[in-house]
Design a protein. Structure first.
Length: 490
């Protein structure tokens, strides 16, 4: 921590008089030279273009080694304006140190990637504003070819990241730190570095500036660490998308509270709105209003397609605006023309022949997968209360296989549902063998039953699921509704 004389003294960089360290923002890049910066491998990756610092070339990291704090920072606020070109991947490291070659082994990375999808057999899911592998953001909040502001702050054991003033990360490091696979990154002190990721990534930086903070700041209370906390850290570091794709703002749960929980637990959320006959959203206008009101938040936005009538209530263009669409097989019409919702005992009535009922249920479910352009099958294999206790008997291997084959044929992911703890582990094991993609989902009724995807985490451990086993929303032009159309318009 600087003494009072040095705190009041002015620094200079590139001939500019700078404000006192610790009080004001101090520029780290003068817009004209690379003064104060040092590249490791492939230094030609870094160029000066129209007053901007551009990364365009093979892997290279550019380290700040200038006069501000001697290039060594513990607590700080950092801001940069950034622009990505399509497909670009980059990042800003902090608490790192100079390394001559390779990927940096020390410090944390704040991810910069909007449309980058990975190289070779690896698919990159983490988007701009992630604290890479610790608190991941899975939906891009900004677009390529547009300037955006990236803000990073470290105060003792707290890291905050903002993208255009939207808080994406508010991570409190536990004491002791939880490290992925017994090793990993922990808050310390060190340099800043910009990442040049690969020859196909072009990223521009400008207005890089820092506000150093005192080295000794009070820590926030350490979060409670249990097995699930550790597992979420492990999965996040292993590129598994730790996402609850089936969350609802119901029962008093607000978006602010949902996001607070997301930042605390490391679970990214998909917020679903019920769309269909008798539900809050029944036409294009109300669906688009939901999207417009919530697009700025770091969540996925999902259409929960209710009943079988939804395909006639919305246009393909509106459906495609959602990040993904899911439905279940809990609402259908039996062979006698009776429409029923399986969770309502009075509508189901007496089930005199459970085997016949199951055959109808399987046929209806397969028909849904064949007919409706959805991404995820949720509340899977749900049975009415009257026969729910016979689940293992009634969901025979042959019936499970018919469902799995239909999902596979139609490229539909299978939800591991926390609310009902469905499907069974036996069903999920068969689904993994068939190569289905999985999602985790809560289907909460309010704030009190929005857990941490407990059942999904149990299954992930039991079946040793990897990132390749999980669904991630498709690119805009690849949505099922655009490929398959809606039945009434096919």
């Amino acid at each position: 921590m600087p003494d009072e004389l040095s705190r009041r003294s002015f620094l200079t960089l590139g001939g500019m008089a700078l404000a006192p360290s610790g009080d004001e923002w101090i520029p780290l890049f003068d817009g004209r030279t690379l003064s104060g910066w040092k590249a490791n491998e492939n230094p030609t990756t870094w160029k000066l273009v129209d007053g901007c610092l551009m990364s365009a070339g093979p892997r290279s990291h550019l380290f700040y080694v200038g006069p501000v704090r001697g290039g060594d920072f513990r607590n700080f606020e950092l801001e940069a304006e950034v622009m990505t070109r399509p497909g670009a991947n980059s990042g800003i490291f902090f608490h790192t140190q100079y390394q001559g070659t390779g990927w940096l082994q020390k410090g944390f990375e704040v991810q910069i990637a909007n449309t980058h999808s990975g190289e070779g057999g690896y698919r990159e899911y983490k988007k701009t504003g992630s604290l890479y592998g610790v608190r991941n953001i899975y939906r891009p909040l900004v677009r390529d070819n547009e300037w955006f502001k990236l803000y990073v702050a470290v105060r003792a054991n707290n890291v905050q990241v903002r993208v255009n003033d939207v808080l994406t990360v508010d991570f409190i490091e536990p004491d002791p730190p939880v490290l992925a696979s017994g090793r990993g990154r922990f808050l310390d002190h060190g340099a800043f570095a910009l990442q040049g990721h690969d020859a196909g990534s072009t990223v521009l930086f400008r207005s890089l500036r820092v506000r150093p903070l005192p080295d000794h700041l009070p820590k926030q209370p350490s979060p409670e660490v249990d097995g699930k906390y550790r597992q979420i850290i492990q999965l996040s570091a292993a590129n598994v998308p730790v996402v609850d794709y089936h969350a609802h703002l119901k029962g008093g749960l607000t978006m602010d509270e949902l996001l607070r929980r997301s930042r605390a637990t490391g679970i990214f959320y998909g917020v679903a709105i019920n769309c269909g006959k008798g539900f809050p959203v029944q036409d294009d206008a109300s669906a688009r209003r939901f999207l417009e009101e919530n697009r700025r938040y770091p969540v996925f936005l999902a259409m929960q397609a209710e009943g079988r009538e939804w395909v006639n209530m919305f246009s393909p263009q509106t459906v495609a605006m959602f990040d993904y669409v899911f439905t279940d097989s809990m609402t259908w019409t039996d062979d006698r023309g009776r429409r029923m919702r399986l969770w309502i005992k009075q509508e189901v009535g007496e089930i005199s022949d459970a085997q016949e009922f199951m055959e109808t249920l399987v046929r209806r479910a397969v028909g849904i997968f064949e007919r409706e352009p959805i991404d995820i099958y949720v509340n899977p294999t749900f049975l009415p209360e009257a026969i729910a206790q016979r689940y293992d008997e009634l969901w025979t291997p042959a019936r499970m296989q018919r469902i799995i084959e239909a999902l596979k044929k139609n490229d539909i992911a299978l939800e591991i549902n926390d609310r009902y703890r469905l499907p069974s582990l036996a069903f999920l094991r068969l689904a993994k063998q068939a190569g289905l993609k999985f999602t985790m989902g809560t289907n909460n009724g309010g704030p009190n039953d929005l857990r941490r995807c407990d059942y999904g985490l149990e299954v992930a451990e039991a079946l040793q699921l990897r990132w390749q086993d999980f669904f991630i929303p498709r690119e805009p032009g690849e949505k099922p509704v655009l490929r398959r159309g809606l039945p009434s318009q096919a």
